[in-house]
Design a protein around this ligand. Structure first.
Ligand SMILES: Cc1cc2nc3c(=O)[nH]c(=O)nc-3n(C[C@H](O)[C@H](O)[C@H](O)COP(=O)(O)O)c2cc1C
Length: 380
């Protein structure tokens, strides 16, 4: 009784609930608070009633067939599991911040929020060979080449003679690096990398909207939702710290001096090798830029695809500069967003890309692999 009637606060059901069936049971998930509980038809009916702010007395009137004590017990439990929200509470405030997501429907916000803490309890070593071995033993991995048996085949012309120019050389040399040479990244290379990846390269006249910026990667509707932040760890002439890239003036804005590589590795789900990179870039999306124009859930995909474009541009630019790039989606989103001072409701982290100095020994091994790949294919 004390919990609800004591405070006399109004309550309603959370806006972030999704119900689904699994193994014959109803489950209820609050995707914002990362809570999942087993549910029942009675509970669904009760929550359906709590569709607007109601006082404890009102709820008791609506549930007149139940004892006051049992109503209070149930509501207390629902509140503890974040299925109902108290007016004015922190949870109510967080939920109201999600209002811009309404244009993308439940499906986009469910997927986004339910997956953002996926790495929180993940094992520190993600690429452990023993995990892969166990998987391969339990079932063979799916083939990675699709074939249409019996289909007529057309041999494509040999392109070997075209490979000996700069662009194909860069494409073929791109690899994910996880070991880096000691030393500092020259500021000029750092600058080229940032500018070529996130810099504004021109303006596009968009009917009805005036001039919109364009970059080296495409952006759905030229909405440019992505922002870049960087932890400069070993960059010549840049104090170690966290920066935001101002694309319009091609400058870095210092957000915080100093950076702990142990913390950064932790935020990348315990990938310890990241400690040795020279700079780690975090890509976030300012979602309302895309939501404003595209008011359907598929636009969420567009934003994710866009991050992939920028990351590939980053990796190719770094390769061209003779650097060692990598990317990682294994991120503790919520903690990273806190580091960046973001609430996560409208600007959220999507992807990270980093760079270090190349280790010549490892690079030689990568080149050997590429030579094998570049061999002229056998005739079909
Ligand atoms: C979306 C995405 C996420 C990735 N996340 C990680 C990661 O968390 N850690 C990592 O070491 N590599 C990560 N990678 C890199 C892949 O493991 C790598 O691309 C793959 O092993 C093939 O090697 P290559 O990039 O040299 O061609 C990721 C790649 C992509 C496309």
């Amino acid at each position: 009784m004390a919990v609800l009637t004591g405070s006399c606060r109004r309550i309603k059901r959370s806006n972030c609930l999704v119900f689904f069936f699994e193994q014959g049971r109803i489950h209820c998930c609050n995707y914002l608070t990362d809570t999942q509980v087993e549910s029942s038809p009675v509970l669904v009916a009760l929550l359906a009633m709590l569709d607007r702010w109601r006082t404890p007395a009102e709820i008791e009137r609506l549930l007149s067939g139940y004892s006051s004590a049992s109503i209070q017990r149930t509501l207390h439990e629902l509140k503890a599991n974040t299925l109902v929200v108290e007016h004015g509470s922190e949870q109510a405030k967080r939920e109201s911040e999600l209002a811009p997501w309404d244009v993308w429907g439940v499906e986009a916000r469910f997927f986004h929020f339910v997956t953002r803490n996926a790495y929180r309890g993940a094992p520190a070593v993600l690429d452990d060979a023993s995990i892969d071995l166990a998987l391969a033993r339990s079932s063979p991995q799916p083939g990675q080449i699709k074939k249409y048996a019996g289909a007529r085949q057309f041999l494509l012309p040999d392109i070997t003679s075209r490979l000996d120019s700069e662009f194909p050389r860069v494409l073929l040399a791109r690899r994910t690096h996880r070991c880096f040479a000691a030393g500092r990244l020259p500021l000029e290379k750092f600058s080229a990398l940032v500018r070529l990846t996130w810099g504004i390269t021109g303006k596009l006249r968009w009917p009805g909207l005036g001039k919109l910026p364009v970059k080296t990667s495409p952006s759905g509707g030229a909405r440019n939702p992505l922002e870049a932040y960087v932890w400069a760890l070993r960059v010549e002439g840049l104090p170690r710290g966290l920066y935001h890239y101002r694309a319009d003036v091609n400058r870095l804005e210092l957000m915080r001096r100093g950076a702990s590589v142990a913390r950064i590795a932790r935020l990348c789900a315990g990938q310890e090798w990241i400690r040795n990179c020279a700079a780690l870039f975090l890509m976030t999306a300012v979602l309302p830029r895309t939501m404003w124009r595209y008011r359907f859930s598929r636009a969420y995909r567009v934003v994710l695809l866009e991050a992939g474009h920028f990351c590939q541009t980053f990796c190719l630019a770094a390769t061209w500069l003779g650097l060692a790039p990598f990317c990682t989606a294994a991120l503790l989103d919520e903690e990273i967003e806190k580091e960046l001072g973001l609430g996560g409701a409208t600007e959220c982290v999507l992807y990270a890309a980093g760079v270090g100095l190349q280790d010549d020994r490892l690079q030689a091994a990568a080149v050997r692999t590429n030579r094998r790949l570049n061999a002229t294919p056998r005739r079909a």
